[in-house]
Each structure stands twice: as structure tokens, then as C-alpha cells.
Design a protein around this ligand. Sequence first.
Ligand SMILES: [Zn+2]
Length: 103
Amino acid sequence: MDRAEAKQWIEQTCGAGWLPLVDEVFDKVPPGIVIDEVFQKWARLVVRCTPYDEAFESYLHDIEWLSAEICEICGKPGEEKMHDGWMITRCPRHALLPRNRFG
Ligand SMILES: [Zn+2]
């Protein structure tokens, strides 16, 4: 998955709020590592890549935790909430907006 695909997917399934995080991840990919998947899981931004690289995995883990405090719609500080059976990360203003599941 390249940067453009990843950003398009995240924008469709979540919102624009996490796009800077996606950019940051792609800026920091070490040589030889390929991003396989970028998606939202349990209100967090999850990135899967190959081959395994301990330092980069630990960085991705930090990004995952960062995303849990950033509204997926607008990028402002947010928190994880349960909405309609889904875990989402939203700021107070977007807390009640329905989840943008499939674009
Ligand atoms: Zn928001």
C-alpha cells in the first residue's frame, strides 16, 4: 500500500483527522520496509508492515496510541468512545457524528 492509497483509505473509512499521522508514518519508513496495510481498529490507527523491524514496530505502536487521542474527523484532541457498537476516537464536537464506515 503506498502513501496515496493509505491516505485515501483512511479518509474514506475514518476521516481527514488522521492523515497527518499517516504522512508521518510514511515519512519515517526505514529503507527495505514495506507498508502492507493501514486501517482503523478499536478507535486506533493500525499500520502493518513487513519485514519485522523492532524499532519501527515500536514507533508504530506509539502512533497507535497517539491516534487514540486525535479526532479521526478533524485532528483535534479527542478521546475513544463507543458509538453504535463501534469504538471511535472523536473530539467533543464530532462525538455524535455517525461512523464513516465505508465512505
Ligand atoms: Zn473532531
